[in-house]
Each structure stands twice: as C-alpha cells, then as structure tokens.
Design a protein around this ligand. Structure first.
Ligand code: GYE
Length: 335
C-alpha cells in the first residue's frame, strides 16, 4: 500500500513540476509581449522641417503611426538644415536607438554619418527623398515618392494639352519652371522627368527656371520678378509643389492675369488648396505626391529592428488629377 501511495505522490509531484514550468514559460512569453507593446522599438526620426502643407501632413502621419503602433519615436525637426539632421542622427546613434529613419533634405553629403550608424549596428531607413551614394550598405531601404514619374506626368499632361489646342500654332510653347529645393531628389527628379517628355517635342521651350525652395513666399517672389522681366510672356508654369503654386497664383490674380485659362498651370503634391484651385479652373493639372506613409515606415522599422530584410526601393501610390476630372469625386486631401 505504502508503495502505491509513493507512486501516486511521485506522479503528483511530476505533474506539478511540469505545470509550473509550462505556466512560467507562458508568463515569460506574456511578459515579453507586454514589454514589447509597452516599450516598443525606439525609432530615431529626422524630419527636415515644416516648409509646406505636404511636409506637415507627412509629420502628422509619422507621429500618429508611431503612437498607433507602440513605436517609441525620438523626433527631430531640422528646420531645413542638413547639419541639424547630421547632428540628430549622431544623437540617435549615441542613444543606441533600434532604427534610424530620415528625410534627406538634399541628396548629397550623407556617407560619413551613415557609415557611423552602420558601424554602430543601427539600420537606416530613408524616407520621402533619396540620397546619392556609391555605398549601398549605408541604408537598408527607401520608401517615398517617385519624383521622376511625377515630372513625366507633368510633361505628358502638357503635350496632351497642346496637342488638343490650336494645331496651326507655330511659335514655341514658352514654359516657366519653378523648382523645389536645390540639390533635393524631388527637385532633380521632377525636372528630369519633365524634360524626358518635353525634350522629344521641339515646340516646347523652358524659357526660365528658378528654385523656389518649395516655399509659397519664394514662389510669389519669383513670379513677381518674372512678370517685370524679359520672361514675362509665357504660356505655361510648371511648379514643383503646390505651396509655390499658391504663391504664384496670388501674384497672377493681383495682376489680373487668368491662370488656368490664358496660362497653363501644372503643380505637384495635391494638397486641398490645389484641388480647390483645379475645381475653380485656376489650375489645369495636379499631380499627387502622397505624404501619408507613416504606417508603412513603422512596419518597416519593426522589421529592421528584428533584423529582417526590407525591399530596397518602395514608391507610394500616386494619382494625377486634371481639368477633366470631376473634382467633387476627389476625396478630401487632409492637408
Ligand atoms: O513636394 C514638398 C515638400 O519631399 C516630395 O517636399 C517632398 C516635397 C514636396 O516640401 O511640398
């Protein structure tokens, strides 16, 4: 009998040991999940500033997505200075964040600081604007807009527009280009994509081009100067962002000009004010540049933090809105 009791006791002890072990594993697992949810990964993000409605929307998208996904965001606003971005990235390295992401204000000058991040074992995600480098090991991937395609869409609209107009026209179509921040990938890409299309047609001529730095005030200032210069007679304005376009429209309206009718206006971003201008016929073509990719940034950052691979190049979806669109059918832009 004693032997039977002993055997039952041994089984009971074994069962208790297995149960306790299993429960403690679950507990550890739950703790880990809880820690991760509570602590999340730490993402250092260097944003360039708040130069346009597009940029402010991009920042809102990033901050909201971080809060939504439990990512601890160290957010730095560089106030349009590359040096401030380099300092911010260095501080992220010192803080030993899990991942670094940033919008390179210009394409050049990043190799040294990105080498420091790589040597510190911190993966880097480039967003919105691209960098120029020969060393592909300096960053894990890019998510953002396809500036060359945006430029091509502008050129395609223009060629289509004049193909449908007065076929007997002999004088060249005179174009004013107001470009974005000098040295930035969107300014270089949009200019290149636009020229790829119009250079095939000798009747199109860019008579003047100047950078408005993506700023409404600079767009206004440049148009004011042009209207008093030898370039004052033109047929088209190709503006690299809506902010500058709104500044241009302010001057044209002040001078009693007829943008969208006597002068073709092509603009990029698709903020609400540009869509509204399209609706009242003051603009002819609005090419979307989508700022709302905060959630994708967080998904990619989490993968990088786990040591997973991500695609080298991801372009966000973008539409083209023209004077032939029913503007009422365009969803509110949110910026
Ligand atoms: O077009 C402009 C912003 O980097 C694509 O920067 C972005 C550009 C955008 O200031 O509005």
């Amino acid at each position: 009998m004693a032997g039977k009791k002993k055997e039952i006791l041994s089984w009971a002890l074994l069962f208790f040991a297995v149960f306790t072990l299993f429960a403690s594993c679950n507990k550890t697992e739950d703790n880990n999940k809880e820690d991760e949810q509570k602590n999340g990964i730490i993402l250092g993000f260097s944003q360039i500033g708040a130069e346009s409605a597009w940029r402010k929307c991009n920042t809102r998208s990033i901050k909201a997505a971080a809060a939504e996904s439990g990512v601890q965001l160290l957010f730095s606003n560089a106030e349009q200075k590359q040096n401030n971005q380099i300092k911010a990235i260095r501080s992220f390295i010192a803080y030993q964040v899990d991942v670094i992401a940033f919008v390179p204000i210009v394409a050049d000058g990043w190799d040294n600081v990105l080498r420091e991040a790589r040597d510190a074992g911190i993966p880097v995600l480039i967003t919105d604007r691209k960098i120029t480098t020969n060393d592909e090991t300096l960053y894990a991937g890019f998510i953002g807009t396809d500036s060359e395609q945006e430029g091509r869409e502008a050129g395609k609209f223009l060629v289509q527009k004049f193909k449908n107009s007065d076929a007997s026209r002999t004088d060249p179509v005179r174009i004013i280009e107001i470009s974005g921040t000098e040295g930035s990938s969107p300014a270089k890409g949009r200019a290149a994509g636009f020229r790829e299309i119009i250079d095939e047609c000798p009747e199109y001529k860019i008579i003047y081009s100047e950078s408005g730095d993506f700023l409404r005030s600079k767009g206004n200032e440049i148009m004011r100067w042009i209207l008093a210069s030898e370039y004052k007679d033109f047929d088209v304005v190709f503006s690299h962002n809506d902010g500058m376009t709104l500044g241009i429209l302010d001057v044209m309206n002040e001078r009693g000009l007829n943008p969208g009718k006597d002068i073709v206006i092509i603009t990029i971003d698709a903020e609400q004010a540009a869509i509204d201008a399209l609706g009242r016929g003051a603009v002819n073509c609005v090419i979307e540049c989508n700022p709302k990719f905060g959630p994708t940034i967080m998904t990619l950052a989490k993968k990088l933090a786990k040591g997973e691979e991500i695609p080298r190049l991801m372009h966000v979806h973008e539409e083209v809105f023209t004077e032939d669109n029913n503007v009422e059918s365009i969803p509110p832009r949110g910026y």
